[in-house]
Structure formats: C-alpha cells, structure tokens
Design a protein around this ligand. Structure first.
Ligand SMILES: [Zn+2]
Length: 408
C-alpha cells in the first residue's frame, strides 16, 4: 500500500469538511453543528474498516473498537484525535496544495499575495527536506491540526484491515469535538472508552510530549476608595490606576512573550471594570507545581506592595485549577511512553522529547486513569494560514502506531 498516497487522499477529504469550533458558543457541545458532518463521515468509515461498537455520542464524539486478532493477552490501546479546528481563517473554501519532494527554501502559497512559508520562521521545515509537504492555498488554515492525526489513525486501520496476518491487541478509537476551545475529551464516556493506556495523535512535527504545563486561572479583583473627583485630593484611590500599575509593574521575565522551554509565566488576558472595581483575568503556567505556587506567591507579594503604597486599595487574588501536568502519571505508568520511544527508535523516526507549553487532551485523560502521551501528527505553523504538514512524518507516525499495537 502506498501509504503517503492513502494519507493524502484522506487528509484532503477531511480538511475540505470545515469544522471550526465556536468559542462564542462554548456552552453547547459540540459548539458548532459542522462537527456533526465530519463525525458522520468518520463513523461510516470506521464501520467500513471493520470496527465494532461504532457510535456517535450526544457530544459528537465518534467511538469505535477494533477487536484483538491475537491469541495472546494484550492490553487494549486507545488512539484519540480531535475533529474540530480553530475558528479564524475558515471563511473560504479550504484548498490543500501538495508540494512534492520539498527542496528547502520558501514554499509558495499564493503568488499574487506573495505569500510563502519561510523556513527561517518555520524552523521545523529545515528537517523536512525531501518530504512531501501539504499546505493551504494561503487564505485559510489547512486544518492538519488535527485532521492529520485522524488520517494517521484511519490509515493505520486500513493497513490492519488489508493485512490480517498482522497480529495486534484491541484498539479503542475516539474522535473528539471542541478541543480547540479547551473541551477536548471532557465528555469522553469512560465506560465505553476504557483502554489500559492511550495516545493522542496531535503533536507538532518531530515532537514527543513527555509532559505539559500545570495551568491555573487567576481572577484579580481590585477595589479602591471612591469619592467626588472635585474633592478627591488625598482621598481617592482609583482602582483603574492600581490595576495599570499592577500590570506594568509585573516583571517582564514572567510574561509569555519573554519565556520559552521550561520557563513558566502569567498571561494577563482580560481586564474589565471601572472606578468601583477592576477585574483582571490571567492564566498562570508552569511545568513544575512548586514553581507555579512560587509564581503565584510572587504575584501576591507584588499586589501587597501596591496595597501598602495605596492605603485603602484592596487586591484579592483567586486561583482555580485549570489542568495539571501528566508527567508524574506517565512516570508512574511508564509503559505507554516506553513503547512510544522504543517504536520511534525502531522505525527510525526523527523525534525530540520535550514537555509541551500548553495542555493536552491526554493530560485530562491521564488524570482519569488512562495514561495518554502524545504522538506527532507531523504538522507545524498551526492555527493560521501558514500551517503545513509533512506526509513523510505522517507515514512515520503510522509506522510508529503500528509498532506500538503489534503483538509482542
Ligand atoms: Zn490539535
């Protein structure tokens, strides 16, 4: 089977079915009706590929089981992707472009608009010389995040159907909705999706995720002392100005635009209010839980200084857990990550192991008792018109997934 050809035909078909989730309709699940369109296509294909118990849940998750064909007792292994894409750049029709045998240098998306993907900005492309690259036509996203992942899983299933001599344990498949608005795997029916461990196929080109951020959401409420402006001298404490000082006085080294690798940050993302009170919303992120606590402590100390400076001002900081790093769970249950690393080496697939600077669907599942590391789906430049994916990297991930499920 010409795996790259199969992968491309699937990817092309899936990306043309636009599935942006809707951040303004996050109360509904799925947040956008278009996700049902892809769910129906995928459910039909899973049945054709011989999967059992295929169903679409009320939240538009597609589930299916491939029974074991081995006489040995093997663990059930799960594979998960999300069906939705981000919302921006999805107005126009998505028309994927295939650039065969990439020679290096800039990749042309749109000659009229002089739009290119430049390896000087997309560093991972430098590792993809000789690969077949797929991009959008420049006026939309491509949607390889995460339809490349779906294509990889479907190609693996097609391979297993065509090669019954290949012995494997039970596979549990789940395609989820609304990942891009932070709800992926939230509605996973764990009575039906219950493998021993699982993998998301949603990683950047060449990445193996060994952990993720701890995330807290912070609400900072600032009140002051109100009075008539005309007679305010020596009395007025204006929360608007205290808020401004709180934000501008926060050390730049703890902001997302000044951090990378294993350094955490606080991102202030929303501010509202007036003379009565000001509410600032922020997200705190750190790979290490102790460092996360230290970061919040520093913010509280910073607020206390302002309270001392502006007598009468009150700054209350509330912190709520958003998600946690799955690193410790993967360390306690080393089998899924060990299998993945071994498969990558055996299949000679390029990878770099690192903790991702975000959350993952797998993190949520890991805390529900299903350790779930992430496998690369081969894409880069996601969430915008410069998105690209390597068919060769996708093929590598199919081989890695097959290696993982193979009878041992
Ligand atoms: Zn994704």
């Amino acid at each position: 089977m010409d795996m790259k050809k199969v992968l491309y035909s699937k990817l092309e078909r899936y990306v043309k079915i636009k599935t942006p989730s809707d951040p303004n309709n996050a109360k509904e699940s799925p947040s956008s009706a278009c996700q049902w369109d892809l769910a129906k296509v995928l459910a039909k294909e899973l049945k054709e590929l011989g999967l059992k118990n295929v169903e679409i849940t009320e939240h538009a998750y597609v589930l299916g089981d491939l029974p074991s064909n081995s006489k040995k007792k093997l663990p059930a292994i799960g594979f998960i992707c999300h069906m939705d894409t981000v919302n921006p750049y999805t107005t126009n029709e998505i028309k994927p472009l295939l650039h065969k045998n990439y020679r290096g240098g800039k990749i042309l998306l749109d000659a009229k608009k002089k739009m290119y993907i430049d390896p000087a900005k997309e560093h991972a492309l430098k590792l993809a010389k000789g690969h077949d690259i797929v991009t959008s036509s420049g006026d939309t996203i491509l949607g390889a995040d995460d339809k490349a992942g779906i294509s990889i899983i479907m190609t693996m299933l097609e391979y297993l159907k065509n090669n019954p001599q290949f012995k494997h344990g039970a596979l549990k498949i789940a395609f989820t909705s609304d990942e891009e608005i932070g709800k992926g795997s939230k509605h996973m029916p764990l009575n039906k999706f219950n493998p021993k461990f699982a993998y998301t196929l949603d990683g950047l080109f060449g990445s193996v995720c060994t952990g993720n951020f701890n995330g807290n959401s912070l609400t900072i409420t600032i009140t002051g002392v109100a009075t008539h402006w005309g007679y305010a001298k020596g009395i007025l404490i204006n929360p608007v100005l205290v808020a401004a000082e709180l934000l501008t006085g926060w050390p730049k080294k703890h902001l997302p635009e000044h951090t990378d690798k294993e350094k955490g940050f606080i991102a202030f993302h929303d501010i509202s209010g007036g003379m009565e009170k000001v509410i600032i919303k922020a997200g705190a992120r750190e790979h290490d839980l102790k460092k996360l606590a230290a970061l919040e402590k520093e913010l509280r100390a910073h607020a206390k200084k302002l309270e001392d400076k502006y007598k009468g001002a009150k700054i209350v900081i509330e912190s709520a857990e958003s998600y946690r790093n799955m690193k410790d769970i993967l360390a306690k249950h080393p089998e899924p990550l060990n299998r993945l690393l071994k498969a990558l080496k055996e299949e000679k697939v390029y990878f770099k192991a690192a903790q991702v600077r975000g959350g993952t669907d797998g993190a949520r599942l890991s805390f529900c008792g299903i350790p779930t590391p992430d496998i690369s789906a081969g894409y880069g430049g996601e969430h915008g018109p410069y998105e690209w994916v390597s068919l060769d990297a996708m093929e590598g991930s199919v081989r890695v997934a097959l290696n993982i499920v193979k009878e041992k």
